[in-house]
Design a protein around this ligand. Structure first.
Ligand code: FES
Length: 167
């Protein structure tokens, strides 16, 4: 008698587990494609950035100059206008394109702005300093160089992509 009762309970459990399992499987079969459909734009190539025309090579000198530029960026479901800054200069025939973002905590560096440290990039937040080529000055808070932009020169125009770490 008790064995039969146990058997009935176990059959009920079996049905519960089976129906739960089948229900869950069906729900996953519906939910997964819907989730994929909803997230698809976010999963597609979010790290890419088009090359943007920023300056003419003729404008550049050996002195770093600040260039602000804007472009449209597709961010999953919407497009937004992004403004960025680059420090550009000529090193011989080579164009150098540095990010202005301090590698300590992300403030914006300025060229030759502190009279105590001429011909260096200076960060006003914590006194971080970088040489002209973007290499961090030892003994100041930043522990790595300024990022360099992905860059192309076509028909005398400098195109920049995303900043790349030199670590
Ligand atoms: S954020 Fe530039 S030195 Fe700290």
């Amino acid at each position: 008698m008790s064995s039969e009762k146990e058997h009935r309970v176990s059959r009920r459990q079996f049905l519960t587990y089976t129906l739960t399992g089948v229900g869950g499987f069906m729900a996953a079969g519906i939910a997964l494609p819907l989730t994929r459909f909803a997230l698809d734009p976010a999963l597609e190539g979010g790290d890419e950035q088009e090359m943007v025309a920023v300056a003419s090579v003729d404008e550049l000198t050996e002195e770093p100059q600040r260039f602000d530029y804007s472009f449209e960026q597709e961010d999953a479901w919407h497009t937004s206008e992004v403004t960025q800054t680059a420090w550009l200069y000529l090193d011989g025939d080579e164009v150098v394109a540095l990010s202005p973002v301090c590698t300590h905590l992300g403030c914006t560096v300025d060229w030759d702005s502190n009279e105590d440290f001429p011909n260096q990039f200076f960060c006003p937040c914590h006194g971080g300093r970088f040489e002209k080529d973007g290499v961090n000055v030892a003994g100041t808070p930043p522990t790595r160089p300024l990022d360099v932009y992905e860059m192309e020169v076509r028909d005398g125009t400098v195109y920049l992509g995303r900043p790349i770490s030199r670590d």
